[in-house]
Ligand binder design. Structure first.
Ligand SMILES: Cc1ncc(COP(=O)(O)O)c(C=O)c1O
Length: 406
């Protein structure tokens, strides 16, 4: 009979790993009769399936064995220069391909960042609420969290200043999602961007700008990226192909101009997986190299997500009681709702809602200190309009059932 390992045989870093509510919930949502506003999934019907099939065939005949061989840790040259070019064009800022590291999803980027910066007990500064996957990645390096106040315009610079001025010791980095954040859909206001860069520069704290949703803007104007400011400080920009092409390819990137940071990231990645899959990189590069095709594809995604966002807002306005507040993101995949009733707990709501076959992610999962219970993350990208209304009706019923007096 196999012996059961004693808990002490595991590394201490594994003791804090929390099962992601989202992953657990995705299991429930596999059932066809459940309507899910929970996952952060792109709309699968928009994946460029046939194009990817054609490109894969072409890659095999053009590159053959090279696409199946080991490659360099930093990423294939075609990918690194495409990232530098695309960001350069989007932001009007020059980037060198040498500043780009291709990672196996941005999630790996977050892990590598944790690996190179964090010793057990180190402080990390987060928005409140923040992306759960980042909290999970930093948890495994036994980080402690300092939270900065946020409002509808994202992180509040004066609150960041306060946190850094009183932090002892100084945190290892500040992490934020500047555009259409996960979970709130909020965007960091243009006038807050430079002050945040300057505060981090002043305290010598690296800034991590995680931007998976920036290309999914449906309306309004883009603000420049934090990495676009001239600074003595270290800024790491993260982007991903998951939302503009397909998450299954696992192709993403970190851009950092500081060579020492880049070297450590590369060495750490080498130890983890040697490199991001060669075939996936060639296929991704094959799809995105055609600017017109990529642009057309992203425009379709924006159009469909915008319709779904607007329809979800319409349903919320029509169906929810007046004490449910929600925002109106100008892009991305999520909106954020709060139930403004004293003591209301959206985890308890989820249990009632799941019994009525509709799910969402309770906000508490995204608060590093798990201390705010009134929020819900609602995903609109992955539900068609005809199903959305039914889901919202069920959710509104569940909210009323959970609220004394309805
Ligand atoms: C803010 C944020 N960062 C990173 C990721 C991970 O993306 P990837 O698929 O590139 O690993 C996600 C995915 O939802 C996200 O929302």
């Amino acid at each position: 009979m196999a012996t059961i390992p004693r808990a002490t045989q595991f590394a201490a870093r594994t003791s804090r790993l929390r099962a992601s509510t989202i992953r657990e919930m995705l299991k429930v949502t596999q059932r066809p009769d459940v309507i899910s506003f929970g996952g952060g999934l792109p709309a699968p019907e928009l994946f460029p399936t046939m194009e990817i099939a054609d490109i894969t065939r072409r890659i095999m005949s053009e590159y053959g064995a090279a696409a199946l061989q080991y490659s360099v840790t930093e990423g294939i040259p075609e990918m690194r220069s495409w990232v530098a070019r695309r960001l350069g064009r989007r932001f009007g800022v020059h980037f060198e391909p040498e500043s780009v590291l291709i990672t196996n999803g941005s999630q790996q980027g977050l892990d590598l960042i944790g690996k190179i910066f964090l010793d057990p007990g180190d402080h990390v500064v987060l928005e409140n609420p923040s992306y759960l996957g980042a909290i999970q990645a930093f948890d495994s390096y036994q980080a402690r969290y300092l939270t900065v106040d946020t409002d509808d315009d994202g992180m509040i610079p004066s609150s960041l200043e306060q946190v850094l001025a009183h932090a002892e010791p100084l945190p290892k980095f500040v992490y934020l999602v500047p555009n259409f954040a996960n979970p709130t859909g909020r965007t960091l206001a243009a006038e807050r961007r430079e002050p945040i860069v300057r505060i981090c520069e002043h305290y010598g704290v690296p800034l991590i700008e995680d931007d998976p949703y920036g290309e999914l803007r449906f309306e309004g104007r883009d603000s420049g990226p934090l990495i676009g400011y001239r600074t003595e400080g270290v800024v790491l920009y993260m982007g991903t192909g998951s939302k503009i092409v397909a998450p299954g390819l696992r192709v993403a990137w970190i851009v950092v101009r500081n060579q020492e940071v880049m070297e450590r990231l590369v060495l750490s990645k080498q130890a983890v997986d040697l490199q991001t899959g060669s075939l996936a990189q060639y296929v991704f590069a094959g799809f995105v190299e055609n600017d017109a095709m990529l642009e057309q594809h992203v425009q379709v995604i924006r159009r469909v997500y915008k319709q779904r966002r607007s329809y979800m807002l319409e349903c919320l306005r029509e169906l929810m009681p007046s004490y449910v507040r929600f925002n109106r993101p100008e892009g991305g995949m999520f909106l954020w709702a709060t139930v403004e009733r004293p003591g209301f707990d959206t985890e308890a709501l989820l249990r009632v809602a799941a019994a009525q076959k509709v799910v969402f992610v309770p906000g508490v999962s995204f608060y590093p200190h798990r201390d705010v219970h009134s929020g819900m993350r609602l995903n609109f990208s992955n539900t068609k309009e005809e199903v959305m209304r039914r889901g919202m009706e069920r959710l509104a019923d569940a909210v009323r059932a959970q609220s004394p007096g309805g």
